[in-house]
Write a protein that binds this ligand. Sequence first.
Ligand SMILES: NC(=O)N[C@@H](CC(=O)O)C(=O)O
Ligand SMILES: [Zn+2]
Ligand SMILES: [Zn+2]
Length: 443
Amino acid sequence: MLIRNATLPDGRQRDVRVRGESIAEVGRDLDASDQHVIEATGKRLFPGMIDAHVHFRQPGYPHKETWESGSRSAAAGGVTTIVDQPNTDPPTIDGESFDQKAEFAADSVVDWGINGGVTADWIPNVLLRRRLFALGEVFLADSTGDMGIESDLFADALEAATDNDVPVTVHAEDADYFNDDAKARDDADAWSAFRTAKAEAEAVERACTVAKEHDATIHIAHTSTPEGVDIASEAEMTTEVTPHHLLLSRRDLSELGTFGRMNPPLRREKRRQKLYERVVDGTVDMIATDHAPHTREEKDASIWDAPSGVPGVETVLPLLLAEARDPDSGLTYERVRDLTARNPADVFDLPQKGAIEAGKDADLVLVDTTETSEISGAALHSKCDWTPFEGYDAVFPEWTMVRGAVVYERGDALDAADTTAQEDVFYDHQGENVRGADSERLE
Ligand SMILES: NC(=O)N[C@@H](CC(=O)O)C(=O)O
Ligand SMILES: [Zn+2]
Ligand SMILES: [Zn+2]
């Protein structure tokens, strides 16, 4: 198959030849005889996004999301690899729970990784020898699933993971710095007042210190403050930022209400802007969504009762591409590529992923950045039919390819001239564990 005359993120126009599961060749005027040709003139081709932080909810909460619905949502958003977090039921903390989740993951149309969690009951020697993507998110405070742990256990877990060459990702909040005064309030902003910016900064600082003591590196999940990013970056640790912390602030809570409750919470507009600057200037390593679906019914509760978390896997790349269209944002298409593909592949050691180069997996997304459309929760493919980005401008993929197989085609992109809405199409495809097949499991 030949994708002809696509514009790459750096602006070069190239043909891309896909053979089997891989990119065979990237060049100009490649021979197209005997080839299925996809015409891409005027369109941009991106490496598929690696979203290192999603919650697909199976086993345990299939009414919120399943591997099928979550991975379709990912594919429709141009995400070709996802990494699932351990706060499912049962939590992913031992061999059995890992294997059970891996069976659910067989429903995924995109490639995947499974993270392992740490609780008092975890079985490190077994868990760390599975084909684990990373240990994490290790919860330094309670979030959905109440998996918060004490400092001593964190240090032990870090040591065990590092001994087994397993990366560690950390949910860094410290409940000692939560502001109990906020509990007297019942407006949506009370959650942001409660889980303070200082609680994040302190936890990042402590986690980085423990990591240095153990000669280990850690990756800080969903950093929501410029302070947290700076502390981690000065300690030479890596960070991710979610689309909601990048684009939303406490100002938006009057509209979002309890649907805007997540951990860590939305911050003040000034902090959001400083976080954005760090995403633009390269201090932040990657964007990851923390896709945390909950139903409308669940979210429609008091601020102290609503579950924490917002969906995001389908809207993240479309939102970033819309940002990159605007030269004033400072975010370039190249930077978007780095934040969504190159850097996560680098940080988490996925040499086969993250770039449009000969020899890499053919994980590709074709977009038309000359136009935007408005995000509508009802049109998304997640079981979660709402989004905090309702009405935002976005650039959705025309199609998404995983290891050489087109897994998703947008209905209205099939025949642009025909405006009678056509159905989006998903093609059968079995996503694979990016850490290798089960049968190759190490002893
Ligand atoms: N971020 C959230 O607010 N919620 C996540 C858990 C987490 O990532 O902390 C969830 O699983 O619902
Ligand atoms: Zn978290
Ligand atoms: Zn999370």
